[in-house]
Design a protein around this ligand. Sequence first.
Ligand code: GDD
Ligand code: MG
Length: 265
Amino acid sequence: MAIENSVIVPAYHERLNIKPLTTRLFAALGNDGSKTTELIFVDDNSKDGSVEEVDALQKQGYNVRIIVRTDERGLSSAVLKGFHGAQGQYLICMDADLQHPPESVPQLFDVLRNHAFVLGTRYAPGVGIDKDWPLYRRVISSGARMMARPLTTASDPMSGFFGLQKKYLLNSDAKEINAQGFKIALDLLVKLPLPRQNAIGEVPFSFGVRTEGESKLSGKVIVQYLQQLQELYVYKFGANNLVLFLFFWTILALYAFYKLMSLVF
Ligand SMILES: Nc1nc2c(ncn2[C@@H]2O[C@H](COP(=O)(O)OP(=O)(O)O[C@H]3O[C@H](CO)[C@@H](O)[C@H](O)[C@@H]3O)[C@@H](O)[C@H]2O)c(=O)[nH]1
Ligand SMILES: [Mg+2]
């Protein structure tokens, strides 16, 4: 049977998560779904036994492979590498660390049949929003989400659990996509030639807790996000409006600071 669906997983030092992710994903897809789905890890030369782990799973009959990059590092560029190397016309991206439930993947593929883009969202009724996250991650996440508000109507454009129909990627200018940092979904949402109506489907999910390995989010990733925002504002609204936005965010930041101070003192 031909491969219709591809699941792309950026992975850096994720050996311990590879087997549980693979077995849970294919169990969730069931017999029929498994025949038309491939799983691709994009690893940046972790040299931690991830390759051997994938080989063993292949021998057990899972349609899984691993691309090892030796010349580049980074989440977003790894995702694009996987998307371009995928056979399926329906593409889903998810993290390796099981914070994105593999059991939700079939639902994301279903939604992709009727939408150009699908987002796993943590901001929906009944979903525990980052409840197990430390406070500083919640503050970063809320601030990052608020600053992206003018760029897209999607409820969770920061999500790393998302998908798209490959034809929209092929119709875009690859040079325009920002492959730095973590927020590849946001870049694609703003820059891909998506239909005007009904382009984005959303699937609520609860963001799990990482149990193996460590998060790779760093100060550098936050700076890359701010640079990406600036570029996206200019892309969407033009350089002049960037000045207006900067003014707006400065006033908002000063107001938030004032409120915080009045709470503390
Ligand atoms: N190939 C590759 N993979 C990477 C790299 N950096 C991170 N990854 C992989 O990308 C996934 C997410 O990395 P984490 O380090 O677990 O990120 P996080 O802090 O949990 O952030 C996640 O949640 C955010 C939502 O708040 C998302 O915005 C973000 O994209 C990501 O999904 C994991 O599978 C990780 O191995 C890299 O340099 N190269
Ligand atoms: Mg994570």
